[in-house]
Ligand binder design. Structure first.
Ligand SMILES: [Zn+2]
Length: 517
């Protein structure tokens, strides 16, 4: 078989079998009727021709087969996630995937993913591998390559111009549609990710708030526990009016619920560094975040605050690189582990930590496993299984909406317990310290509404469920702080709120952003 023929067959395979999600979304916007039928055929031809162009561009005597095989394997997996979870493989998703640890990947593993891998990846790859390529002389191959490139480019231009009005609307008004093309969009996203991450100059950390100092005559030390939640959406908190009781223990405490908090991003990798950064959502980027000190660094500049980050999620996403960090996903540190290490394990030994630093201000950040999906049923022990039946598989689309909600809400009950335990711990220090707890989730979660699952959609197209997060605060008896809970807050407020909480004076502090001003 000639190289060109192999490329055409592979492109045809991708168009027909790996783009279910794309065509599904196209058909939602353009129902199969009237002129739309012609448009849809033209989109199909355009996608196919573009792939031929792209693959030809990447082809050479030695690269054609390996590149196509890698594309088939990866695309079989992206097909699975796009079809079943309706996720989009953008540069943020690639960053998330690369930062995912083995445990989280095991969580995603199931039989359906293997079926996708075999039928859309391994079997076509095997045939492709076995196909013998008929190669001509270098000169002739180059000539054929140029001919194919020009011809496909010509066809692309013809299609675009014949239906220019339609394509203007397709590319401008329905921008998200192309995010579902496979493998073209994930290839673009990898490029986008590389240019955003690696192309950026070596990390030169820009110090901020080096003038930070605490001047207070206060005899009482401050003790703050900042809990970074995982994937809790605001509308599933009974504190926010959810019909089920998902905050039974917290409602007994004098907490101040914050019903209107929006996240900086829709994924852990985006939201967590953004929350602690000086940048606001509009001007935050991964590069700016990683190249600039965060609020923990500013606290460090005072030389008067003890900072500890304990992590039962993946890691601190670069936030705790310069402060004390303890991994609680391992049985080495976490003493409460069964099928996985539990969030409450992070509380063990904190008494000792605090007692050893009696005359210091302390901030402890606890990064929870919380409601990490899709295996919500693994996020809690049997005692929290109040809502049944629960979805027992990570193939969410196989479960009823009710059973997914049940598993998710049971996991919320576990967080309710965890946060109430944090409060109990802080109460022990009420007489000696000014205590407070801040809880904010990193992002929300989709639970099957409009066929969407999990999180990570680009912000502008993400539903409220992914961006409107659970958040609340608690103050000890001797900590007179004010907050207007009805106000609209966001992750942008955290940086200044934490500085304010420790009475830190610095040029980077903006009082109007402090939730407790
Ligand atoms: Zn997260």
């Amino acid at each position: 078989m000639t190289q060109t023929k192999l490329i055409i067959i592979t492109a045809l395979f991708f168009t027909l079998f790996s783009n279910f999600s794309f065509f599904n979304n196209v058909l939602e916007v353009y129902p199969f009727e009237g002129m739309n039928i012609i448009y849809i055929f033209s989109i199909t031809l355009l996608l196919f021709t573009f792939m031929v162009f792209l693959f030809t561009l990447l082809s050479s005597r030695y690269t054609t087969k390996p590149i196509l095989i890698v594309m088939l394997i990866i695309s079989s997996l992206t097909s699975y996630f796009m079809n079943c979870y309706h996720v989009v493989i953008d540069s943020d998703m690639i960053r998330n995937t690369l930062q995912t640890n083995l445990n989280e990947s095991v969580d995603l593993f199931n039989i359906k993913i293997v079926i996708y891998l075999i039928f859309l990846g391994v079997i076509p790859s095997f045939f492709l591998y076995k196909t013998e390529l008929k190669l001509s002389s270098f000169k002739k191959e180059l000539f054929i390559k140029l001919k194919t490139l020009l011809l496909s480019l010509f066809i692309i231009i013809i299609i675009l111009f014949s239906f220019s009005k339609f394509y203007t609307s397709f590319f401008r008004e329905h921008k998200p549609l192309r995010y579902y093309t496979n493998p073209t969009y994930w290839i673009y996203s990898i490029g986008d990710y590389i240019s955003k991450t690696l192309k950026s100059d070596k990390i030169v950390l820009k110090p901020i708030g080096v003038d930070a100092k605490i001047d207070n005559k206060d005899k009482k030390r401050k003790l703050v526990i900042m809990v970074v939640g995982e994937a809790t959406r605001a509308d599933h908190f009974s504190l926010n009016g959810y019909s089920r009781e998902t905050n039974p223990l917290l409602k007994k405490e004098h907490i101040i619920n914050l019903p209107h908090v929006s996240a900086c991003g829709t994924s852990t990798a985006h939201s967590v560094p953004c929350m602690f950064s000086i940048f606001e959502r509009n001007n935050y980027s991964y590069k700016r975040g990683i190249n600039t000190e965060n609020v923990l660094d500013v606290m460090q500049h005072t030389n008067q605050i003890e900072i500890l980050w304990r992590d039962n999620n993946s890691d601190s996403k670069g936030v705790a690189l310069r402060v004390a960090f303890e991994n609680y996903k391992t049985t080495k540190n976490n003493t409460i582990c069964d099928v996985e290490c539990r969030d409450e394990g992070m509380l063990i030994g904190l008494d000792k930590y605090i007692d050893e630093r009696k005359n210091k201000d302390i901030i402890i950040v606890l990064h929870q496993m919380g409601n990490h999906g899709p295996a919500y049923n693994k996020r809690y022990t049997k005692v929290f299984e109040k809502f049944t039946p629960v979805c027992q598989t990570n193939q969410l689309e196989e479960c009823s909406k009710e059973s997914i909600n049940n598993a998710y809400d049971n996991a919320l009950l576990h967080t309710d317990y965890f946060l109430s335990e944090v409060i109990h711990l802080l109460k022990n220090y009420d007489q000696t310290h000014k205590t407070s707890m801040i809880y904010m989730s990193d992002h929300g979660e989709s639970l099957g509404e409009h066929g969407l699952y999990l999180h990570g959609l680009p912000y502008f197209m993400a539903p409220d469920t992914q961006t409107h997060v659970g958040a609340l605060v608690w103050f000890g008896e001797h900590n007179n702080k004010n907050i207007n809970p009805t106000k609209i807050y966001s992750h942008d407020n955290l940086f200044h709120t934490l500085l304010g909480l420790f009475d830190i004076k610095t040029e980077v502090y903006k009082q109007e952003m402090d939730m407790f001003r």
